[in-house]
Each structure stands twice: as structure tokens, then as C-alpha cells.
Design a binder for this molecule. Structure first.
Ligand code: ATP
Length: 275
């Protein structure tokens, strides 16, 4: 589905952010990218859709080689890659519905997008997605009236309306409380399963990554130093990634199936209070 070959990124400042990263992500896999600050996680995620230009290397999205695409081809290819950001990147004065539909801007013509005229199929899809992320009743609310958790749900719906093959998620829970963080991670992983998406999540919270991702990749100083299961992330492996530390107490937070089922039901019904 996605294959990175020897990705190198050296910024003009001389920072060597990625030092030859090889990585393959199959369809339906939720992969968490962890590592200390400055390890190159955001750079790696942004190289995939070329928000950051790799210095060298190749990136295959199925049979499409991303690095060699010209600007027009790249615009088209980016439709296949949804992105979810830490700070949501919503347009504050627009409604929830308009924000979700903005995910279709790459598909409609210039004048249609200028007048924000979207096909009925897009509008129906947006309503369906808003319902799925628990925001059906918020379609007409302005984005600036939403809580952090609700904003991230809008960000998820906006990424999914593109109908991407791959989701790139950059610190989706960094501004959220622990409970909302779990709900957002649960939603992302459920949607990935439902839609057969490959997902790469850049995340600092290791227990949260272990709880929801099928695979963990650890970066250190631009080099891949761990690639394995959540369970395999022992104290020694954490030291490989983050350096020497007493990792006692860094446990894998298990989800209790009964509590989990209740949480999902509650999740489906709940709406975050508007703050
Ligand atoms: N636009 C830029 N110009 C120059 N250097 C940069 C730029 N962006 C990142 N870097 C450098 O590249 C390296 C990797 O940064 P990056 O933001 O990818 O790391 P990260 O693992 O995502 O860190 P964090 O967890 O703190 O977000 C760092 O040394 C950083 O200073």
C-alpha cells in the first residue's frame, strides 16, 4: 500500500531530520510513529504527501511514485491521502458542514468551490460521516463553537470525505484530555477498520499508541530503531528509542472489554459539551 525507500531529509538549515528510512505499511494497518522530540516524526509524515520535500528516496503509494510527480499530478495524488492535524486546522467562521465539505475541494471545479456548491452526493456523504463521528446535530454550528474533541471529529470527517487510501495523523490527541484522547484514537482505528485504510499516527503518548495501534515504529535521530508489536515495546526497546530512563510504571494500558463496550455505546450517544 505504502512503501518508503531510503527517505532522507536534510533541511537547508543543515538539520538532518531523516537518515535513510525504509518503511512499508500494508492496507488496513494502523501504525503508530513514536520517538523523542526532534526524532523526525512530523518530517516523515509530511514527506509522504510532500508537504516537506524529501532530499532523496522514493515513496510508493500503491503503484504511484510520489517523489517524481509534478505539481498537477501531486495535487491529484494528495486526494488519496487524508491528513488529520493536532490543531484541527478548521476554518473557524465556517460551519461544521462547510468544514467537512472543504475536504472535497480537490474534487469539485474552481467555480463550484468558489461558490461552495457541492454535489448532493457530497452533502449526503458529509451528513453520513457527521453522524458516524457523533456530530449529526452539529452540522450548522460554527467551528469556533466546538470543544477540542468535537473539532477533532470534524477533522476526521473532513479527511474521510476525500475517500483516501491512506490517513496521515499528526499528534491527534496532543491538545485533548485523556478520556477524549482515547475516544478520538478509538474512532480513528474503528474507521480505519471499516474503510480498509492504512493509517500512520504520529503520537507522543506511548500507552495510547500501544492500546490502539497494531504496529509501533520508533524513530530516533532520523533513524528507525524499533519496528514491531505494541507488546514488544519493552523497557530496553524504549531505551533504544528515547534513551536511558527508568521505565518502571510505563505499562501498557489495557482496555477492559466490558468497559470498552460500554464506552463505545456511550460514545455513540454522547456529544461533548460545547465550551
Ligand atoms: N522547517 C524546518 N527547518 C529546519 N529544520 C527543521 C524544520 N522542521 C524540522 N526541523 C528539524 O528536523 C528535525 C526533526 O524535526 P521533526 O519536527 O520532524 O521532529 P518530531 O519527531 O516530529 O519532533 P516533535 O515530536 O517535537 O514534533 C529536528 O532537528 C528539527 O529541528
Amino acid at each position: 500500500m505504502l512503501r518508503l525507500e531510503q527517505i532522507v531529509k536534510k533541511y537547508p538549515t543543515g538539520d538532518h531530520a531523516l537518515r535513510g528510512v525504509d518503511l512499508e505499511v500494508p492496507e488496513h494497518q494502523v501504525m503508530a510513529l513514536i520517538g523523542p522530540s526532534g526524532a523526525g516524526k512530523s518530517t516523515l509524515i509530511r514527506c509522504i504527501n510532500r508537504l516537506v520535500e524529501p532530499t532523496s528516496g522514493r515513496i510508493w503509494l500503491k503503484d504511484l511514485e510520489m517523489v517524481s510527480l509534478n505539481a498537477r499530478e501531486l495535487r491529484r495524488a494528495r486526494r488519496r491521502i487524508g491528513m488529520i492535524f493536532q490543531e484541527y486546522a478548521l476554518v473557524e467562521r465556517l460551519t461544521v458542514m462547510e468544514n467537512v465539505l472543504s475536504g472535497r475541494l480537490g474534487y469539485v471545479g474552481f467555480w463550484q468551490s468558489w461558490f461552495r456548491r457541492f454535489p448532493q452526493t457530497d452533502i449526503d456523504h458529509a451528513f453520513m460521516l457527521l453522524d458516524r463521528v457523533g456530530l449529526a446535530e452539529f452540522a450548522d454550528k460554527r467551528a469556533d463553537a466546538l470543544s477540542g474533541g468535537q473539532r477533532q471529529r470534524v477533522g476526521i470527517a473532513r479527511a474521510l470525505i476525500q475517500q483516501p487510501d491512506l490517513l496521515l495523523v499528526d499528534e491527534p490527541t496532543a491538545s485533548l484530555d485523556p478520556k477524549t484522547s482515547r475516544q478520538i484514537m478509538r474512532l480513528i482505528t474503528e474507521l480505519a477498520r471499516e474503510r480498509n485504510l492504512a493509517v500512520i499516527i504520529n503520537i507522543h503518548d506511548v500507552p495510547l499508541a500501544q492500546m490502539f495501534a497494531q504496529r509501533i515504529v520508533g524513530l530516533r535521530q532520523g533513524t528507525l530503531v524499533y519496528d514491531g508489536t505494541p507488546e514488544g515495546l519493552t523497557a530496553d526497546r524504549l531505551t533504544d528509542i528515547y534513551g536511558e530512563e527508568n521505565w518502571e510504571g510505563q505499562f501498557k494500558a489495557e482496555e477492559d472489554p466490558a468497559t470498552e463496550a460500554q464506552a463505545q455505546i456511550a460514545d455513540a450517544r454522547r456529544f461533548d459539551p460545547v465550551v
